[in-house]
Design a protein. Structure first.
Length: 156
């Protein structure tokens, strides 16, 4: 899906979210899906294949993985490009980058209609979940019930 092959660079940025934060190099694989309105479930994976974070958006993927104006942390000057940011994941991503230079992350997302089809293919009853948002919330809640075992970054 979309997202960041988010190797961090050494240039930092300041944001309203309490930076400075490292800048990311990233590619959006499917721009239409990145911007599509509607509920989705997303996973952050490290380059070792382990899932680090499970999240959801009821509005759109781009609202959770937003690009925003940013400032250079040293000079305070505006950066020429908007910067990718996720409030819950960024500090964890930076910590892993500091511990293991060369680590990168991939973010994968699935929209609620596609998620309902996957559940149905495994014998689930997505029709019992009244709305598109419900299927995303139900799956996220089920995964997060195992967050300690999975060693997820999710706090809740």
């Amino acid at each position: 899906m979309a997202g960041g092959r988010g190797s961090a660079t050494s240039a930092s940025r300041a944001t309203l979210a309490g930076g400075p934060w490292l800048q990311a190099r990233y590619d959006v694989v499917d721009q239409a899906l990145f911007k599509r309105r509607g509920a989705c479930l997303y996973l952050v994976l490290g380059n070792d294949g382990r899932v680090r974070y499970v999240g959801r958006s009821i509005v759109s993927f781009a609202t959770r993985w937003a690009t925003r104006p940013a400032l250079d942390a040293e000079t305070g000057q505006a950066l020429s490009n908007q910067e990718l940011f996720h409030s819950q994941c960024w500090r964890h991503m930076q910590a892993e980058c500091a511990r293991a230079p060369g680590v990168w992350f991939e973010v994968r997302a699935i929209t609620s209609p596609e998620l309902a089809k996957v559940l149905a293919s495994y014998g689930g009853q997505p029709g019992s979940l009244a709305s598109a948002a419900s299927v995303v919330v139900a799956v996220e809640d089920r995964v997060l019930a195992h967050r300690a075992t999975l060693a997820l970054w999710n706090a809740r």
